[in-house]
Write a protein that binds this ligand. Structure first.
Ligand code: ADE
Ligand code: ZN
Length: 335
């Protein structure tokens, strides 16, 4: 079997995917037109050409502007459904989707509109596409903790639909410790916890995410390699990292894919997983991320299988469900 087909067809989970980051230019145009919103660019091509970033902030500025076209429940439904169709093509069996309610509530869109559209598409996807899912609500770290707390209180009305909380947006200058109280309340309410840390920020932010926020996974975390004792902690406790290689290249965290430290993390025994972050903006969905790594580091089929197993082991699902997915990988490998 060709390596491209092997990577496409192996069962896998995606654990780091911002639903707002799946807004393809074509969809953005279509929804903007329907909602009567004027956009700066007069064609899909011109919009795509504007997707040139050299760091996290320059990306976020465009990403938040793009998300501004989403207004109605059907917009959130369509966005999510289009992502699920792509995930289905890449044999993604389980997704853990991030959404940023504050990006929308700040513009006057009700929390309920956002979550109802996304959740309905995910439920339909579970039924019709056989893709299981969880929802993770992220707080925007460039805003005050008090606003994150208000968002958490709003989320309690939808407690049964949300599995975990996370932390995203501009990392530099917004350490995890800023959100200690809101994460404590979230844990007391029974939410799982994750946080973006060590994407652009220093290893100390990863320590804070682990110690102050008590997260179960670190999103990105690539700068952990700069701190030996942190690496030992990640290995000893098998705290997973949700690594997004194409994102890291586009945002100039690494110069090119060969300079990415994925292989060092993997070889040193950290539980790394491969994900797409914001695929509409970074040039590839999860399969393209696996392929980039495979090409750069000559990964073997067993390496790919290990990464796919890590993706299920790191997921917020029961041990029975993990075992079921891992059996599917073993069957796939045996064929
Ligand atoms: N929001 C969407 N993508 C993000 C990223 N890569 N880092 C931080 N916040 C984000
Ligand atoms: Zn992210």
């Amino acid at each position: 079997m060709d390596m491209n087909v092997f990577i496409r067809d192996i069962p896998k989970a995606e654990l780091h995917l911002h639903i707002e980051g799946t807004l393809e230019p074509e969809t953005l145009f279509r929804i903007a037109q329907r909602n009567g919103i004027k956009i700066k660019f007069d064609s899909v091509e011109k919009l795509r050409q504007a997707y040139r970033f050299n760091n996290l902030q320059s990306f976020l500025d465009i990403y938040y502007e793009g998300a501004g076209v989403l207004q109605h429940e059907t917009d959130f439904y369509e966005l999510t459904w289009e992502y699920l169709l792509k995930a289905k093509d890449q044999n993604v069996r389980h997704v853990e989707i991030f959404f940023d309610p504050q990006t929308h509530t700040e513009r006057g869109i009700p929390f309920e509109t956002v979550i109802t559209g996304i959740y309905q598409a995910l439920s339909d996807g579970a039924r019709d596409l056989n893709i299981s899912f969880c929802l993770i609500m992220c707080f925007l770290r460039h805003l005050p903790e008090s606003e994150a707390m208000e968002t958490l209180l709003q989320a309690l009305d939808f407690r049964d639909k949300i599995t975990g909380v996370g932390l995203d947006s501009s990392e530099s200058g917004h350490p995890p410790s800023k959100f200690m109280r809101v994460f404590e309340k979230a844990r007391n309410e029974g939410f799982m916890t994750v946080a973006h840390a060590g994407e652009e920020g220093p290893p100390e932010y990863i320590w804070e995410a682990i110690q102050d926020l008590k997260v179960q996974r670190i999103d990105h975390g690539v700068r952990a390699l700069e701190d030996k004792s942190l690496m030992n902690e990640l290995k000893r406790r098998q705290i997973p990292l949700t690594v997004c290689p194409l994102s890291n290249i586009k945002l100039c965290v690494f110069k090119n894919i060969r300079e990415h430290n994925f292989k060092a993390l993997f070889d040193q025994g950290v539980c790394v997983t491969v994900n797409s972050d914001d695929p509409a903006y970074f040039g590839g969905y999860v399969v393209e991320n696996y392929l980039a790594l495979q090409n750069a580091f000559q990964l073997t089929r067993n390496d790919i299988a290990q990464l796919a197993m890590n993706s299920f082991n790191a997921a917020f699902i029961s041990q029975d469900k993990k075992d079921m997915f891992i059996d599917q990988i073993k069957k796939f490998m045996a064929e």
